[in-house]
Design a protein around this ligand. Sequence first.
Ligand code: PPE
Length: 305
Amino acid sequence: MPEKTKKIWMNGKFVDWDEAKVHVLVHGLHYGSGVFEGIRCYKTVKGPAVFRLREHVKRFFSSAKIYFMEIPYSLDEFMEIIKETVRVNELEECYIRPLAFKGLGGMSLDPSSNPTEVIVAVWPWGAYLGEEAFEKGATCTISSWVRISNAMLPMEAKASGQYLNSILASMEAHRRGFTEAIMLDSRGLVSEGTGENIFVVANEVIYTPPLEASILHGVTRDSVIEIAENLGFNVVEKNLTRSELFTADEVFFTGTAAEITPIVEIDHRKVGNGKVGEVTKKLRNEFLRVIREADEKYRKWLAFV
Ligand code: PPE
């Protein structure tokens, strides 16, 4: 269970952590009819700040729109609700989980008339794939589970039910003894991790799969592209083959939870020399600096609590 905090915001009011409950017949529980976000709040030199809050809330609203879910708040109101939830829980650093799901009503596959319930929970969350993977790099396997394609589900929506695909891949990877899975899309090209986007470095150029590769349009992916370009790197969105992963100089994951996590082995092949690469280190140091130093250039990414 996530580390317990004080209050969870639920449909307009704060309730105690232990009281934030739902009925077993809510639609979202049965059919995965929910959309969610993962956001981080960091302790910066100027106080706690939520990283790229507006972009996350925008994606939350887009996911809801795709699934015909009404969120009865404006973008600005919802940003304020999130900041208030962090304040109420008196946390300087935390992970933030907004979730909207279809509630109690008809048990039909058209939940249009079921109410949409909305919650925001926060809790402290450390390294997503473990401290060791964060520091020394993750070992990965290519999943036997193919990433759901854009033709089957809207992969740019961050929807609860879509994660069953990730859950199968994650359980398989762990049972095979790896830290994490890398999924290929229905064309056999590189898509993403179970909860992360992926990047490859080859001959000093940085590559990442395009949206057509059934990926989530990651906010961290976007941030890393901008940071890399500002550091003078050439970043190219391009379809990648499995071989390009095996022969890359460096490979790493990006995500709100994972931040920048290096990948040092893929299906028993060392990535580069099997150590965390120089470009990955450079990007990660800059990313960690940006989220805490609150300098002018990247201030636009921070919403102070
Ligand atoms: N792909 C997937 C499938 C994904 O779930 C995430 C985020 C990303 C890419 C990276 O997106 P972004 O966070 O905007 O950079 N995964 C979230 C949840 C993981 C989980 O619940 O477990 C996260 O990192 O918060």
